[in-house]
Design a protein around this ligand. Structure first.
Ligand SMILES: [Zn+2]
Length: 107
């Protein structure tokens, strides 16, 4: 039996600060490392800050940006991707900024 109580619980708090992984990847079209990926609701939004490539890829919830990127590359090379050009005008209808759930532990 494990003796409970009586002793002060040791409070060892280990806070692991996740190293910020750069979330930029190489663009298969222009070759610049300017692809940024954001995953939300099972959809990875992939856009290139250099040439304006933009696309969306369905990803399982376990995917992170790197996984999404490799899937994107696969699809891109197979020619199965619908590449949308990011246009100059950005529609300002995006009012879904709530619920950004990134796993960041800052204390
Ligand atoms: Zn590009």
């Amino acid at each position: 039996m494990i003796e409970l109580g009586g002793r002060r619980r040791k409070r060892t708090k280990i806070i692991r600060v996740k190293p910020k992984i750069p979330k930029t990847f190489e663009c298969p079209r222009c070759g610049k490392v300017s692809i940024s990926i954001s995953i939300k609701d099972g959809i990875a939004k992939i856009s290139c800050g250099n040439c304006g490539l933009y696309t969306e890829v369905d990803v399982p919830p376990v995917f992170d940006e790197a996984n999404a990127y490799s899937k994107f590359i696969d699809l891109y090379l197979e020619g199965k991707l619908q590449i949308k050009e990011r246009t100059e005008e950005i529609t300002e209808e995006e009012n879904e900024t709530e619920g950004e759930s990134e796993e960041v532990h800052i204390r």
